[in-house]
Design a protein around this ligand. Structure first.
Ligand code: SAM
Length: 263
């Protein structure tokens, strides 16, 4: 159940999204291919916090269908490297945006140590049980002092409603401990990323409508919809929330000193 729900949510829907964008036009691609609850305001907060700039190598771990990385290329001129374990999602990112995608798992990133200038990991950690392994690998492949932008769905208390299959929401305290343990220092964070403008949500909804028309009768559609409904109920009841975090990578063995102390 867990595996098939996650495949439906992340792989099948990504492939259907790429098909629907082909019908509706490329202006629909980025809004529809941002699958981690990201809005342009959230992406802008992360990009500015991470000081993205033209030419820097941005690794997007769990890149999905590639919407956030494509946005960062379009707005900031980064050189992206996408890592995504679900094959159809990776193919969707390549097809929609022509971006380089590595098929792989965040727990064993097939890149050299210190080979990325910045990393994003958006909406991924809550879907991974071994969060420490993913954060440890991201730390390894980043250059020392590099920025990590995270979008994490966190638990604000006990989750009394059913949780979407395969999700394990960390509390804010657990997340802070995991980041420190992996060698990251949190620089800033916010839970007020700003909503989606209608121009963005309208396009995402149009893509969703095409997908519904074409695939409503398929079991994978029902599984993915069921996951979405559980998320919606948990958000509406205040049991989970989105948090954006900007952290920096400390060299291995470097004592954690706050940025203020360094000034
Ligand atoms: C909610 S989606 C977010 C996708 C994308 N980051 C975005 O914001 O649009 C979560 C993604 O994490 C990926 N994922 C799950 N487990 C992973 C792992 N162990 N390593 C890397 N990515 C993983 C899923 O395949 C899925 O594409």
């Amino acid at each position: 159940m867990t595996a098939s729900a996650m495949v439906a949510e992340f792989d099948d829907v990504a492939a259907w999204t790429a098909d629907a964008v082909e019908q509706l036009g490329e202006r629909h691609a980025i809004p529809a291919a941002c699958r981690g609850s990201a809005s342009p305001a959230a992406l802008a907060w992360l990009a500015e916090a991470c000081e993205l700039s033209p030419g820097i190598r941005l690794l997007d771990v769990g890149a999905g269908a590639g919407g956030p990385a494509a946005w960062a290329v379009e707005r900031f001129g980064v050189r992206p490297i996408l890592l995504e374990p679900m094959p159809a999602a990776g193919r969707a990112a390549a097809r929609l945006f022509g971006l380089p995608v590595i098929a792989g798992d965040g727990r064993r990133i097939p890149l050299r140590t210190g080979s990325a200038d910045a990393a994003w990991c958006l909406g991924v950690l809550c879907t991974v049980q071994d969060k420490a392994a993913v954060l440890g690998e991201i730390h390894r492949v980043l250059t020392p002092g590099a920025s990590l932008g995270l979008l994490v769905v966190i638990a604000r208390g006990p989750q009394l409603l059913p949780v979407p299959d395969g999700n394990h929401f960390p509390t804010q305290g657990e997340l802070a401990g995991l980041l420190a343990g992996a060698g990251f220092e949190i620089v800033e964070q916010t839970d007020q990323p700003g909503g989606m403008p209608p121009s963005w949500s309208r396009r995402a909804e149009q893509v969703a409508a095409v997908i519904a028309t074409r695939h409503r009768a398929e079991p994978a559609y029902a599984l993915a919809a069921h996951q979405g409904e559980r998320f919606t109920r948990l958000f509406a009841s205040g049991q989970i929330a989105v948090r954006l975090i900007h952290a920096v990578s400390r060299p291995a063995g470097h004592p954690l000193k706050s940025r203020m102390e360094e000034r």
